[in-house]
Design a binder for this molecule. Structure first.
Ligand code: 9UX
Length: 98
């Protein structure tokens, strides 16, 4: 039953302004059933493994619930339209409430 292969996706995260942000997102994603995530603050990427049946939309939602933005990787990304480059500078809400 758990023999089905997991899938992997690398999400582009924006809105992280300190390293704790990465930890917060990581915890949030790992709370989801069948999801294992590692978030890299420096590269603004989340490496996510998820069991079959997990919807990638749920991954994006979890990140957004934590106060950040997530996007699925786009195979073709024209230069200059990279959404990662419009990441906000302001501290996230979590910093204030921590
Ligand atoms: Mo920081 Mo974030 O000092 O969620 S934790 S900006």
């Amino acid at each position: 039953m758990t023999a089905l292969s997991t899938q992997q996706v690398e999400l582009a995260i924006s809105g992280m302004t300190c390293a704790s942000c990465a930890n917060r997102i990581e915890r949030k994603l790992n709370k989801l059933d069948g999801v294992t995530a590692t978030v890299n603050y420096a590269t603004e990427k989340a490496k996510v493994s998820f069991a079959p049946g997990v919807d990638t939309a749920a991954l994006l939602e979890a990140v957004e619930q934590a106060g950040y933005s997530a996007a699925l990787p786009k195979p073709k990304r024209p230069k200059g339209t990279d959404p990662e480059q419009v990441a906000a500078e302001a501290p996230c809400v979590n910093c204030a409430t921590d």
